[in-house]
Design a protein around this ligand. Structure first.
Ligand code: PEP
Length: 253
């Protein structure tokens, strides 16, 4: 974590939460944010679409940020069941996650589509978190860097800046498995991603945050977030428990 970049601790709730438990979790985090007043990190929750309004109301004025988990690449139209970036912004979101590996796997999303979604997020005034990461087979085949290179090249839209774009490196084999790469492996990929970003966006790459995601927990967050090119975390399972999510954020201080 470089002091020039404010760490971002982002929670991806995925398809979890109903009104009662979702708003209780959001309220608990909001009250901790309000009383902490530390400013040493930025914290974001990305609830399922159904809870965005209620969570937004529960965290209002706390400094906790709100985001969506996906958006459509089009502004509006005949896309049953989809949500536009402008609709997320309209609900008070400041962020949207695009290209999560579960979207890439479950919905067949490819880099071009992810790039179009990221561009749509920017056009709606949202900060975009673009997820990339290799599968276990790709890592075993020695292709981790190559895969991340092509995902950066293919998923990053024109106009990406340090202010409107965050990259999340999430090795697919580490998501929800309890397994993580070694800290050396994480730093190697993050430094490589930053060099690929520099080739695309020049000096903006120095300020662009690169999150690590994949089984981040209170027990491993400190050593991961301390790495020079890790600027926070995208957290799934542990973001559903206020104590765990908060403990991860405290490692940024
Ligand atoms: C994720 O889905 O983005 C993620 C990192 O999940 P987990 O923390 O549960 O591995």
């Amino acid at each position: 974590m470089a002091s020039s970049r404010t760490p971002l601790i982002a929670g991806n709730w995925k398809m979890n939460g109903l009104s009662a438990d979702g708003t209780a979790l959001a309220s608990e985090l909001a009250s901790r944010m309000k009383s902490a007043k530390n400013g040493g990190f930025e914290m974001l929750v990305c609830p399922p679409f159904t809870l965005i309004s209620k969570v937004g109301a529960a965290i209002e004025g706390s400094g906790l940020q709100l985001g969506g988990q996906d958006c459509h690449s089009q502004v509006k139209g005949a896309h049953t069941g989809d949500t536009s970036a402008a609709m997320l912004a309209d609900l008070g979101c400041h962020y949207v996650i695009v290209g999560h590996s579960e979207r890439r796997t479950d919905h067949g999303e490819r880099n071009e589509q992810v790039r179009a979604k990221a561009a749509a997020g920017h056009a709606a005034g949202l900060n975009v978190i673009i997820c990339i990461g290799e599968t276990e087979a790709e890592r075993d085949a020695g292709k981790a860097l190559e895969v991340n290179k092509s995902q950066v090249a293919g998923s990053l839209p024109d106009g990406a800046t340090a202010a409107n774009t965050v990259i999340a490196y999430e090795p697919v084999w580490a998501i929800g498995t309890g397994r993580t790469p070694t800290t050396d492996e994480v730093q190697e990929v993050h430094a490589f991603i930053r060099s690929e970003l520099a080739a695309r966006v020049g000096a903006e790459a120095d300020g662009m945050r690169i999150l690590y995601g994949g089984s981040m927990k209170p027990g491993n967050a400190a050593e991961l977030i301390a790495l020079p090119d890790v600027d926070g975390g995208l957290i799934g399972g542990a973001s559903l428990q206020a104590d765990d999510f908060w403990a991860i954020a405290q490692t940024c201080l």
